[in-house]
Design a protein around this ligand. Structure first.
Ligand code: ARG
Length: 562
């Protein structure tokens, strides 16, 4: 229910319509001042009265009903108090009826949203830096689907470039098939690092690597086989992480996929007269638009990252006919995407305006949290494993009886990682602190999960119940806080999608968990009077449902017990 709209309908001011009034209604800083407030200053000029007087008169003109409990005028503001029971019973009814679909909508029906996320690089470690793109993208994917859009998850693999020539050279010289089959990316990294050490002493190696890369490009059978092997090994490695984080893709079309799809783009640029020579290379000049040129072809005819992204944009438009195409990529690539979008615009493509870079900040690991064994790289897999291990220890301290400890620690440990990464606004740089994110009492995934398990345990003890209020019962402040949060969930999800900001959902989950726990400690549930007990159980059940939905949008499971 849209309370602001409901209130706005009741206020009659000549020359101002309800939607304008709705826009003026705000939530006061404290509950004592009311649940909603309308400033009357803006009406003073038209009505030729003091704001205080306007507020007084309006307050008198509105009769309380089942939704609005009272209206009071205070220093030029009109303050509304919503009926505690009215809101609580309405939201409980709605959540009970809709269950897991509460908060979903059909606003996106018929619209496709492409989301490019994770987009890892082959034969390179999945390090902590990739965490954000993966979990932000994964959350947006689920949020958009929940709102009725058809999300298409794309892992634009970094699977092209001269490093593959180096890897082949390194493998032929020092590689051990069995070891690599076992160690996958970690082993590939080793021979890659070794290649660079050796190439310092022997520059001929670089030449050799270039030769191998050329062979891949020309389709040499052995080189292609090795290239595919490296790719498959990396994907196998990363699949473990995707499984843990509940991440899915509809397409793994990466850079190499566009090898044979770039010529039409180059032709189009040529036709439009956008390609300029610059020291042998071909570029699109963007000086007029305040940007350095966008490199399309190197002097030796090789294509670039940008060329592939242009081809990918066309391919996505043709294949999916997207409504929006999002790129969840760190802000370091701001310029790259601005250039790509501008080039598409210069090409006269209508869809240029539907492309959007969803930028986010850097993640670093709190120092001392984990030893970096190999150089400076912290493998994400190790971070997740550490969080799982830690969660297990914390649960051992609390609940020794738990049967499926293995599974629950996996759920809790991964929740710590995902929630920790998504807690603050995405553009902020994040310092990832393992001790903090796994804490059961902070603003963490485990804390929220623990609250859901608390709800589940209350419900289990209660057994069957029905909430059909005949008469209004008293609703305490603590209950009302929970109910208002529950009521705000649909708008929270909608805003999270609109702002491409999963942190709205994490924030909401923490707020709801905190409000529920306050209620839990202040109000007795199972020993309350029958009517009150039914309402409190319904509140518990609704909280459980909504926490579960909110967490699932983030890719987090909710254990029944922990
Ligand atoms: N593989 C790139 C990286 O790790 C990210 C690719 C993002 N997607 C894109 N279409 N450019 O930096």
């Amino acid at each position: 229910m849209d309370y602001k709209a409901y209130i706005a309908e009741k206020i009659k001011v000549d020359g101002v319509d309800a939607s304008q009034i709705r826009g003026m209604i705000a939530v006061p800083p404290t509950r004592e001042m009311g649940d909603y407030a309308l400033p009357c200053f803006p009406f003073a000029k038209v009505l030729r009265k003091s704001p205080a007087m306007i507020a007084e008169e309006l307050a008198k003109s509105i009769a309380p009903d089942s939704v609005i409990e009272s209206v009071t005028a205070l220093s030029g503001y009109l303050n509304f108090r919503i009926s505690r029971f009215g809101l609580t019973s309405a939201v409980l009814k709605e959540v009970t009826e809709k269950g897991e679909t509460y908060g979903s909508s059909t606003e996106g029906e018929g619209k496709v949203i492409c989301i490019d996320y994770s987009s890892i690089n082959i034969a390179k470690p999945f390090h902590i830096g990739h965490l954000l793109t993966t979990v932000i993208g994964g959350a947006l994917y689920r949020i958009f689907n929940f709102l009725g859009y058809k999300a298409v998850g794309i892992n634009h693999l970094g699977d092209w470039g001269t490093q593959f020539g180096k890897l082949i050279s390194a493998y032929k010289r020092w590689g051990d098939e069995e070891k690599i089959q076992q160690g996958r990316v970690r082993e590939l990294m080793k021979i890659y690092v070794h290649f660079h050490e050796e190439a310092e002493k022997n520059p001929a190696l670089e030449e050799e690597a270039r030769g191998y890369f050329k062979k891949i490009e020309e389709g040499d059978e052995e080189c292609l086989r090795l290239f595919h092997w490296f790719r498959d090994l990396t994907l196998l490695d990363v699949q473990k992480i995707y499984d843990l984080l509940n991440i899915k893709f509809d397409s793994y079309a990466g850079e190499s996929f566009y090898n044979d799809k770039m010529q039409p783009v180059i032709d189009r640029l040529q036709e439009k007269g956008l390609l300029k020579e610059s020291e042998g290379a071909k570029v699109v000049d963007l000086e007029e638009h305040g940007m350095p040129p966008c490199l399309i072809l190197k002097a030796d005819g090789a294509t670039l990252y940008a060329t592939r992204d242009l081809a990918a944009a066309y391919y996505r438009k043709q294949t999916y006919d997207f409504y929006k195409c999002l790129y969840v990529v760190a802000y370091q690539q701001n310029l790259h995407f601005k250039q790509i979008f501008k080039v598409l615009e210069l090409l006269g493509e209508d869809f240029a305006g539907d492309m959007e870079h969803v930028a986010f900040g850097m993640v670093s690991l709190a120092s001392g949290a984990m030893s970096t064994r190999k150089g400076n790289v912290v493998f994400l897999e190790d971070v997740i494993e550490t969080c799982i291990q830690k969660s297990r220890e914390l649960m051992d301290e609390r609940n020794r009886e738990l049967e499926n400890k293995e599974e629950v620690s996996r759920m809790v440990g991964t929740a710590a990682v995902i929630f920790g990464a998504l807690l603050s606004s995405k553009i902020k740089d994040v310092v990832f602190d393992i001790n903090k994110v796994t804490n059961f009492d902070g603003e963490t995934g485990p804390y929220v999960q623990y609250t859901a398990a608390r709800c589940a345990s209350v419900l289990e003890k209660a057994g069957e119940f029905t909430f059909h209020p005949q008469t209004a019962c008293h609703v305490t402040d603590a209950e009302f806080e929970v109910a208002s949060l529950l009521a705000s969930f649909p708008e929270t999800v909608k805003n999270a999608a609109e702002k491409r900001e999963p942190s709205f959902v994490t924030r909401f989950a923490v707020d709801l968990a905190q409000a529920y726990n306050k209620f839990y400690f202040e109000c007795k549930i199972l020993d309350a009077e029958p009517e009150i007990k039914a309402m409190r159980l319904a509140l518990t059940k609704a909280t459980h449902t909504v926490i579960k939905t909110a967490l699932s949008l983030l890719g987090i499971e909710t254990p029944q017990r922990m």
